[in-house]
Design a protein around this ligand. Sequence first.
Ligand code: PAF
Length: 269
Amino acid sequence: MIIFKSINRLNKEVNFKANIGFVPTMGALHKGHFSLIKSSKKKCKKTLVSIFVNPSQFNKKNDYKNYPRNLKRDIKILKILKVDYLLIPKINEIYKNKKTMKIKLNKKDKILCVKYRPGHFEGVLAIINQFLINIKAKFMFLGEKDYQQIHLLKKFIKSKFKTKIIPCKTVRLNNSLAYSSRNFLLSKNEIQKASFVSRSVHNFYLSIKKNFKNKNNINKIKKIIESKKIKIDYLELRNKENLSKNFNQNNFKIFIAYYINNIRLIDNF
Ligand code: PAF
């Protein structure tokens, strides 16, 4: 595995005419990331992983400061997974060009996490913009746990870049909780609490699949979750193609964002 500490160098040394798969990450790697890497290795000739905890996508300073980081462990894992290239860019290089780092979102997109984490997705789009200007990968692999991220990035990169997004299924623990780097910040008890949320939302999803009228139980489900002293930012049903509120029994998805202590988790079914 070749490790690059600069995008500039990576750009000079990697032949992007070859079929390259790109897996952008913020490190603290887990099974969700491993499955993205496996998909890339299957589909592409070479796989490039990036690790960069992007400050501009954190709307709270403490969240950025406390985000789990374990670079040594990550590098070991990536070597075992036989990743070809790893990019660990420096913050100065990324933020050198202020113009490409200023992205505005459409008013229409102010739903779910855009509404509850102001500035977050502007930061995500900006960093991916910065990456794709230089990294001419054929495919970019992203996990469906971050469903809204995929939705916004697809729209954003479509007219700008040739890179195609490949969404990959959410990977879950046996107790149904989705793998997330933020799980590293939870105690055993808190993991139990989070998996309770995940199971409740999944059961809610199954009940609506059985009988569409069950969608009206949404406030009951919210109350059950909140009774465990879990704060919910949103629990919403939306159309899985365009995220509008216009959905039916065959094309809906449930989205949730909630807090276990002060750790914010998201999921969807
Ligand atoms: O999903 C993530 O880990 C991040 O939002 C991403 C896509 C790596 C951008 O920083």
